[in-house]
Design a protein around this ligand. Structure first.
Ligand code: ARG
Length: 575
């Protein structure tokens, strides 16, 4: 049985291993056993425990008796079984297990934890999706980073992933923007500072429209022209899009995020007739006060607005068209919409309309909401002008990281690069370490603290796992045939156990679309590694001991690097 682990070079998790062996003794599947297995409250009671209560009926015996009989029968090279009351407790041969696990990780290297459960399946992730002519705000950062992590998590599990930026590049606001531009726009200023300038005139539009409501009619008229392909309207719109994208791309570059497709809302302009026709054919479209709607009263929801009084389309219409297009084009197993919780109703309505249209696969679409992001405890809004430009936030963070490096390690060779990795990483990690539905507050002091629960802390720990190897008598290739008895101390063994859970952590984070599960795990591993680092001498005099401990450090390193990369952080090898 021990051979099984070795041969297949699997990162075998303790519960899974026990389930595999134990399933030959009882009439339960491996999955059933895994779900029943528990982690005992203390080490003296073993590594994994099986409660025998559920077997009492089939065996027609007291659970204590069953535990004893199974303990007598159980035989394996790697695990021993003992009956403790009604529990069958499993004790791993820690030396063998630790050595084997570390060697497996070192063999997998950059592919540690990766799986194949998604093989042959496609997942589409709709994320980031900022609005043209509006600032890329911190809430868009949340969507970008949560979405990016969901993309990478699924890739690690073997899925084919299609990442789509559903840019907000269509809608009545472009009518307003065109009117504002024609009245108050200045070409040069826009070219120099596109978003700031476009926002400025957009705000002015709203102020003026309060006094002169006819501006709203003008704006509606211009959007209608745009939808109908009017040359001037299209030219101006294209220009706004181009200039805004230049700004957005600077941010994506800093964040290290890229997309398979930029398919904004405008992409569906010629694909909405299909939606309208289908809704009409299926008898779902109704007129209400001049507008066209789909009634959702049976679903306890307000009606979904499909076409406005003036005949123009809206956000929801484009989302329906996008869903149909994506299913046809990518044949997805799952479509995630990574969008703030304030759009909860919108997505429930979209899904309900799709179901009413008879698309069973509507169940494969999932809204992945997230909570508000505050900046130094303050809310942000585009209109009121209290927005924080994300690029400024990122640049400031990089500067602050650079100052810290200057104090810690002034001679670091690639300082600028590392400052960027740390500064940007601090912001991303601060976002992803929280359960996504929770409100996130961003504060410089907290996010950049190298000793707190931060990105820099994990990055720093990763650099440390590599610097011990550099200071040692060995190179990576020497770390074979490890003696597991040297990695049995409290902290070392805890690390081994945690490392064995990595692929499960990835699976859980992907299935729940919850990157914080991974971020928290990386914090835990880091804390445990630092405990190990401070409690034990890794560069021990005994060479076998040194090798084993370095092996463990490097296994931690591969795991941290893999995990950090998934959540979008860079992994400098020295800080
Ligand atoms: N542009 C939208 C916003 O900023 C988000 C779009 C999300 N994706 C979608 N398919 N609706 O609010």
């Amino acid at each position: 049985m021990f051979f099984y682990v070795h041969k297949e070079r699997k990162m075998i998790n303790m519960k899974k291993y026990v389930a595999k062996v134990f399933s030959t003794y009882i009439n339960l599947s491996e999955d059933e056993i895994v779900s029943l297995l528990e982690t005992p409250p203390n080490r003296e009671m073993g590594d994994v425990a099986f409660p025998c209560f559920s077997l009492a009926k089939t065996f027609k015996k007291a659970p204590q008796m069953i535990a004893e009989e199974l303990a007598d029968a159980f035989k394996d090279d790697l695990v021993e079984a003992k009956a403790i009351g009604p529990y069958l407790n499993f004790f791993f041969n820690r030396s063998k297990y630790a050595a084997q696990l570390v060697e497996n990780i070192l063999a997998k290297k950059e592919k540690v934890g990766e799986g194949e459960e998604g093989k042959g399946k496609t997942v589409v992730v709709d994320y980031s999706s900022p609005n043209i002519a509006k600032p890329f705000s911190l809430p868009h950062l949340r969507s970008t980073m949560i979405g990016n992590a969901i993309v990478k998590l699924h890739q690690a599990l073997g899925y084919k992933v299609v990442g789509i930026n559903h840019l907000g590049d269509w809608g009545t606001q472009f009518g307003k923007e065109i009117v504002a531009y024609k009245k108050w726009g200045n070409d040069e200023a826009i070219r120099e500072n596109p978003i700031e300038e476009l926002v400025k005139i957009y705000i002015k539009f709203h102020e003026e429209a309060e006094k002169h409501p006819e501006l709203e009619d003008e704006a509606r008229e211009w959007f209608k022209k745009l939808e109908e392909g009017d040359e001037e309207a299209v030219r101006l719109w294209k220009w706004f899009v181009e200039e805004s994208l230049k700004e957005f791309n600077k941010i994506y570059d800093l964040l290290g995020v890229s997309f398979d497709h930029f398919m904004g809302e405008s992409f569906y302009n010629d694909k909405m007739d299909r939606v309208i026709n289908e809704l009409t054919d299926k008898g779902l479209l109704e007129e209400s006060e001049g507008a066209m709607i789909v009634d959702l009263s049976e679903q306890d929801m307000p009606p979904a607005l499909i076409k406005k009084k003036d005949g123009t389309s809206i956000y929801a219409t484009r989302d329906l068209a996008a869903a149909l297009y994506r299913k046809d084009t990518f044949d997805f197993e799952k479509l995630f919409y990574v969008v703030g919780n304030e759009q909860f109703l919108h997505f429930q309505q979209i899904f309900a309309v799709m179901k009413k249209m008879g698309y069973k696969w509507a169940d494969q679409m999932q809204h992945v909401p997230f909570g508000l992001m505050l900046f130094e405890n303050k809310k942000m809004s585009t209109r009121k002008g209290t927005i924080v430009l994300l690029e400024e936030v990122l640049q400031k963070s990089i500067e602050m990281a650079d100052k810290i490096i200057e104090e810690k390690n002034p001679n670091l060779p690639n300082r600028q690069e590392v400052a960027e990795a740390i500064g940007v990483g601090a912001i991303i990690f601060n976002d992803l370490k929280h359960h996504r539905m929770h409100e996130v507050n961003f504060s410089w002091e907290e996010a950049l603290n190298f000793e707190g629960e931060t990105g820099p802390y994990v990055q720093y720990t990763n650099a440390r796992t590599q610097s011990v190897l550099r200071k040692s008598d060995f190179e990576e290739k020497d770390l074979i045939n490890l003696e597991g008895q040297f990695i049995q101390g409290e902290a070392a063994w805890n690390l081994v156990v945690m490392l064995s859970q990595y692929s499960d952590v990835l699976g859980k984070a992907a299935n729940r679309a919850e990157p914080s599960i991974l971020a928290r795990y990386l914090l835990d591993i880091s804390a445990q590694f630092n405990r190990f680092y401070h409690q034990e001498r890794i560069i021990a005099e005994n060479m076998d001991e040194q090798k084993a401990k370095l092996g463990l450090s490097l296994a931690v390193s591969y795991t941290l690097q893999h995990g950090l990369t998934i959540i979008g952080l860079k992994t400098p090898s020295a800080i």
